[in-house]
Design a protein. Structure first.
Lengths: 191, 241
């Protein structure tokens, strides 16, 4: 998460103080991501060093310092908004590694492992969904954050469902000679 | 006793080599006011389970009771009356009758049960109004959007004094915002004391439920524990982890 750019976005509305930035950042993420005031000032110092913001006084933790975005800061912000987030390299997802590892461990029912993770994810989704129940109290920022989290968790559940289907099919077909082709094939990723 | 109870319910189709055990010794109880989701892949037996819970099919073995009354002791007519009066169904493809208006679709189950047409019409309008769709009452299904059709289907399922709502993939092909709207309506029915069961393969839909039961190869393999309050998510946010 780029706190740096999130702060630039808040400053693009006009000059603001450190404490104010912290409050607005938290409110704008539906209070899902709290931010340490020390982190706010450290980030502001770096932004000032890089010429992306400027302040009234000398940069520091003085609460009376108001910060404003510079021309360079505005350009940096606009470029960042449209720059694609790097998704080319598959992340080393611990969940995926656990399921792959479970295939190798004698005496472990992989379907049970899949189900343990599926249940945990659905329980987590139930908690996020509770936040959606009262539409009237559901502000836009929180709604966007909750949706993002639900879609992320949902994609993991779908992957588990598909893994479960593949495992079931593989269990009725003759076992592949070890090592399985899946492990031998190299996935080439363009970076 | 729970409003809906399934005890060791099994369902077998075919015989000999062609025999399929679609549902195996399933126990399920749903309290009045509770929303339970049954989640499983296609072919896991979840729709069969819903048909048995709704008395549309008889189990091969086991016992079902609705509102404390064992279904096995009921005649065909008694089961049909129970379905007309106490059970509402919502299907993925809505199943509205194309030749009837929205209001007529909703009042039909009451009229079939002997409610005078005028009284049935008033109840239908009340149900449509509670789903914010009263102004579309005189439209035919093909004049309604997918979301509106699903609202009418839900109105038909809760009209009168239905106590049990059974839904098969209730958000069908609707997008996620309309899906949320459908689940809010079902949840609102539960808040009025209706017991509801939805079967789905969709985790986002299932996560609206108080309890999620996982079914695989006709068997209940797991279920969620009641979730803690969502406030814990806000306190335990990624930045602090």
């Amino acid at each position: 998460m780029s706190v740096r750019h999130a702060l630039l976005a808040l400053l693009s509305e006009g000059p603001k103080y450190g404490l104010q930035l912290r409050q607005e950042f938290e409110a704008s993420t539906g209070d899902v991501w709290p931010l340490n005031i020390g982190q706010v000032y450290t980030t502001l110092q770096r932004l000032e060093r890089d010429g992306l913001v400027e302040s009234d006084g000398s940069a520091g933790e003085r609460p009376q310092n108001a910060f404003r975005i510079t021309r360079a800061g505005e350009q940096e912000l606009t470029a960042w908004l449209r720059a694609p987030t790097d998704m080319t390299a598959p992340p080393r997802d611990e969940l995926v590694i656990k399921i792959l590892s479970a295939l190798r461990v004698p005496g472990v029912d992989v379907q049970d492992v899949v189900q343990a993770h599926r249940r945990y994810l659905v329980e987590l989704m139930q908690q996020w969904t509770r936040l959606k129940e009262d539409e009237a109290e559901f502000d836009l920022s929180l709604a966007l954050v909750v949706d993002a989290e639900l879609f992320r968790l949902d994609s993991l559940v779908r992957w588990l469902d598909s893994a479960s289907g593949r495992l079931k099919r593989a269990s009725v077909e003759p076992p592949a000679k070890s090592p399985a082709p899946l492990f031998r094939r190299r996935l080439v990723v363009r970076r | 006793m729970s409003f809906l109870e399934l005890r060791k319910v099994s369902k077998r189709y075919g015989e000999g080599g062609a025999e399929v055990l679609a549902v195996r010794e399933v126990d399920l109880s749903v309290e009045a006011g509770e929303l339970v989701a049954v989640m499983g892949p296609s072919g896991s037996g979840k729709s069969t389970l819903l048909s048995i819970a709704g008395t549309l099919e008889d189990p091969t073995s086991g016992e079902v009771s609705v509102g404390g009354a064992p279904v096995s002791a009921m005649s065909r007519n008694e089961k049909a009356r129970l379905r007309r009066r106490s059970i509402g169904f919502v299907f993925q493809d809505f199943n509205l009758l194309a030749g009837l208006t929205a209001a007529e679709n909703v009042s039909l189950p009451l009229e079939l049960d002997g409610t005078p047409a005028k009284k049935a019409r008033v109840a239908a309008m009340t149900a449509l109004a509670s789903l914010d769709i009263a102004e579309r009452a005189s439209h035919y299904p093909d004049q309604l959007s997918g979301g509106e059709r699903q609202r009418v289907a839900i109105a038909r399922a809760i009209v009168g004094n239905r106590r049990l709502l059974l839904a098969d993939e209730p958000s069908g092909a609707l997008d996620s915002l309309n899906g949320d709207a459908v689940m809010r309506l079902i949840l609102a029915a539960c808040k009025r004391g209706v017991a509801a069961v939805i079967v789905t393969h969709d985790a986002q839909l299932a996560s609206w439920a108080d309890k999620v039961v996982f079914i695989r190869d006709g068997q209940v393999v797991d279920q969620t524990v009641p979730p803690p309050s969502p406030e814990s998510l806000l306190a335990q946010s990624p930045a602090k982890r």
